[in-house]
Write a protein that binds this ligand. Structure first.
Ligand code: SAH
Length: 237
C-alpha cells in the first residue's frame, strides 16, 4: 500500500491537470464566441457553432497555444499567420453557406479556416503555396478527423479547374487584384470573398456575387492580410 499510494496520487493529479486543460480551452472558446463574435456582428448560427466546435489551439504552434483564443492573428511559422477569430467568422458568415455546398479556399495556412468551413458545408478544397504548410495542415486535419477537406499544394491563382464550379470561394491572402480563374470557377449565384488592394497595404475585403452576365462587388471592411504570392512553377498536388 505504501508503494501504491504515491502512484495513485500522481495518476489522480495527472488526471486533474488534463481535465483542467480541457475545461480551460472549452471555456476560452465559449468566451471567444460570446465576446469576440456575438459581441460584434456575427449572428449566423452555423458560423457560431463551427467556431465553438473547432479546437483553434490545435492549429497553432505549441508555444502559442495559451494565446490561441485571443482577439488577434497569430504567427504559424514560415512567415505566415492564422487570422483573428473574428475575421475567420466574418468571412465565413459573408459567404451565406449551406450544408450542401462545395467550397474552395485559397491560403490553407494552419488549416483552421478550412476546418471551420468543413463543419458547415459538404466539402472543402483548400490550396496552399508553401509546401511545408500544406503538408502540416493536411496531416493535422486528418488527425482531427476532418474527412471532407482536401488540401492541395500549389498556386491558388489557378484554382482547381477539375473540381469547379464551386458554390463559394474564400481567399485568405491579400491579393493585388481578383484572379480571373477563380471568378471563372464560381457558380452563377455563388459568392467569393477576397482581400484586395495594394501590396503590403490595407486592403478591402470584397464580396463578389457572380450573376449570369456580370459580377457584383461589395466592399465589406478594411483588413490586413499576408500577401497572395505567385509560384514560379506549375501546380503540383
Ligand atoms: N486561412 C489560414 C490563414 C491564411 S494566411 C488559416 O486559417 O490558418 C495566408 C496563407 O496564404 C499563407 O499560408 C500563404 O502561404 C498562402 N498563400 C499566399 N499566396 C498563395 C497562393 N497563390 N496560393 C495558395 N496559397 C497562398
Amino acid at each position: 500500500m505504501k508503494k501504491i499510494f504515491p502512484i495513485l496520487i500522481s495518476v489522480f493529479l495527472m488526471h486533474c491537470v488534463t481535465m483542467v486543460g480541457q475545461t480551460d480551452y472549452t471555456e476560452q472558446r465559449e468566451q471567444m464566441v460570446k465576446w469576440q463574435l456575438q459581441g460584434r456582428d456575427i449572428t449566423d448560427l452555423a458560423t457560431l457553432a463551427a467556431m465553438l466546435n473547432v479546437p483553434r489551439h490545435k492549429f497553432v504552434p505549441e508555444k502559442m497555444m495559451a494565446n490561441a483564443y485571443t482577439d488577434g492573428p497569430l504567427p504559424i511559422g514560415n512567415g505566415q499567420t492564422i487570422s483573428q477569430p473574428y475575421i475567420v467568422a466574418f468571412m465565413t458568415q459573408a459567404l451565406h453557406l449551406n450544408s450542401k455546398d462545395r467550397v474552395l479556399e485559397i491560403g490553407t495556412g494552419s488549416g483552421y479556416q478550412a476546418a471551420v468551413l468543413a463543419k458547415i458545408v459538404d466539402s472543402v478544397y483548400t490550396m496552399e503555396i508553401v509546401e511545408d504548410l500544406a503538408i502540416t495542415a493536411r496531416e493535422r486535419l486528418k488527425d482531427l478527423g476532418f474527412a471532407n477537406v482536401v488540401v492541395t499544394w500549389g498556386d491558388g491563382y489557378h484554382g482547381l479547374p477539375d473540381k469547379a464550379p464551386f458554390d463559394a470561394i474564400m481567399v485568405t491572402a491579400g491579393a493585388d487584384s481578383i484572379p480571373q480563374p477563380l471568378i471563372d470557377q464560381l457558380k452563377i449565384g455563388g459568392h467569393m470573398i477576397i482581400p484586395v488592394g495594394p501590396h503590403h497595404g490595407i486592403r478591402q475585403l470584397v464580396l463578389i456575387t457572380k450573376k449570369k452576365n456580370k459580377i457584383v462587388k461589395k466592399d465589406l471592411m478594411s483588413v490586413r492580410f499576408v500577401p497572395f504570392t505567385r509560384a514560379q512553377k506549375p501546380n503540383k498536388d
